[in-house]
Write a protein that binds this ligand. Structure first.
Ligand code: URA
Length: 441
């Protein structure tokens, strides 16, 4: 079947630019016919301006979900998203810029440690971050547990902090990829989030618009991650690395395990506390492993020869963190909110903790109030789950394994329900596995 003619001329009296019959583009994608760059650019622009209706974009997204986007389509789709808003210009900074993005995991407080660590090694780290939705937390929600800390910064203030402190973690302003806000909200309610080209274009368009020179992606794999299957995670990583290269952003990715919570703390203030103790030279080994592996990748891409393990140990990363928090209005010495209620979950038997399921722990923290069901909902800074034992530990029957914390006692039953199948204890420990699985780049 030949490609159908899909262009409709602009109606007399309308702006003199190409317009397309949206239904033809939906049919084309539905039938596996490649869309042209012009068609894709028009579609994204027209959707953002309201010319293309939500129901039409929903149908098109579902067609993309099933048909995918080929390399050329994905490039056009991503650059149309970038062009829907403004691009930050970080060209005036003396230090090389490098950022990191995680696809999201349970207990993933890596950004809080990594940004100041890599800044203390000599790079400039501009982190435009997001809020959490569902069982994984968002970096901004975590930092907002610190009294006074502000996520919303005008671009000039963000740039000044980046220049003076070397790192900044803040919300992407409304001018950065507005197309993604519209598209992500629609994907969320139409079952089209889990599409590799849509995820890749969503993440990479924001990083390209942010203006970073280099980018390391932490693509989580396992039952607690977006991507449960390593092959899917690898394909997502390869797709994003290729998009970065095409746009002149030096990009690499690490696939890291997300079957069990990263570190011990899950929940906003609890994770800030664990991040600070890691910056002070402590920190659980799995968290430190991921932080150092990502730091080494970032420094290599930025062309900086420094040893992040030394910088983590000598206190200069902690000093950078404190400066970053203070520059954004936060008090790094202020006590963090503490939940008034706690419950513990004890080991049902003696043996090795063979499995401590990340998704279940994430859901329990979410049900306690640490996360949100809808993006306009508030989160509790204090609620969460502390893992008193880690996967692989020997535990005794009745030993407390998890400590649940909440502001509202009525939430504990449903949180405990989420943990129903989270724990497995057996006579033999699981094989020790590294948290960092492989590099793509
Ligand atoms: N994170 C994003 O920013 N976009 C997606 O589509 C998925 C995760």
């Amino acid at each position: 079947m030949g490609e159908p003619a899909r262009t409709t001329p602009a109606a007399p009296g309308t702006a003199a630019r190409a317009a397309y019959a949206t239904v033809d583009l939906i049919r084309a994608k539905r039938d596996g016919v490649e869309l042209t760059g012009d068609e894709i650019r028009w579609l994204i622009g027209a959707y953002v301006s309201g010319e293309v209706a939500d129901e039409q974009m929903s149908a098109l997204l579902m067609a993309v979900y099933f048909r995918g986007l080929d390399d050329g389509e994905l490039r056009s789709w991503t650059s149309a998203m970038v062009d829907s808003g403004e691009r930050l210009d970080l060209g005036g900074l003396a230090a090389p810029t490098v950022d990191k993005h995680s696809t999201g995991g349970v207990g993933d407080k890596v950004s809080l440690i990594l940004a100041p660590l890599v800044a203390a090694c000599g790079a400039a780290v501009p982190q435009l971050s997001g809020r959490g939705l569902g069982h994984t937390g968002g970096t901004l929600d975590k930092l907002e547990a610190i009294p006074g800390w502000r996520a919303a910064l005008p671009p000039a203030e963000m740039l000044a902090i980046l220049r003076d402190v070397g790192c900044v973690i803040c919300a992407a302003g409304p001018g950065i990829v507005p197309a993604d806000r519209h598209l992500y909200a629609l994907r969320d309610v139409t079952g089209t989030v889990e599409s590799i080209p849509l995820i890749a274009s969503s993440i990479m368009s924001k990083k390209i618009a942010e203006g970073t020179g280099a980018l390391v992606l932490d693509v989580k794999v396992g039952d607690g991650a977006f991507m449960r299957d390593p092959a899917d995670a690898r394909l997502l990583a390869q797709t994003m690395v290729a998009l970065g290269a095409e746009e002149g952003v030096r990009t690499s990715a690490l696939l890291t395990r997300m079957d069990t919570p990263l570190g011990r703390a899950v929940g906003n203030a609890l994770e800030v506390e664990e991040a600070v103790s890691t910056l002070a030279g402590g920190g659980p080994p799995d968290l430190v492993e991921v932080v150092l592996a990502l730091a080494r990748e970032m420094l290599a891409l930025a062309g900086i020869d420094a040893d992040p393990a030394t910088v983590l140990a000598d206190g200069s990363a902690l000093a950078r963190y404190r400066a970053m928090i203070a520059a954004q209005g936060g008090d790094p010495d202020a006590p963090l909110p503490v939940a008034p209620y706690t419950r513990t979950l004890a080991a049902p038997a003696t043996g090795f903790l063979v499995r401590l399921d990340a998704r279940a722990v994430g859901n329990a923290a979410w049900r306690l109030g640490a996360g949100r069901a809808r993006k306009e909902h508030p989160v509790s800074p204090a609620a969460g789950v502390l893992c008193l034992a880690k996967q692989g530990d020997w535990v005794e029957e009745e030993q407390p394994l998890l400590e649940l914390r909440g502001d509202d006692e009525s939430r504990f039953d449903t949180a405990l329900e989420a943990l129903g199948n989270a724990i497995e204890i057996g006579p033999e420990g699981p094989d020790p596995v590294a948290t960092v699985i492989e590099r793509v780049g």
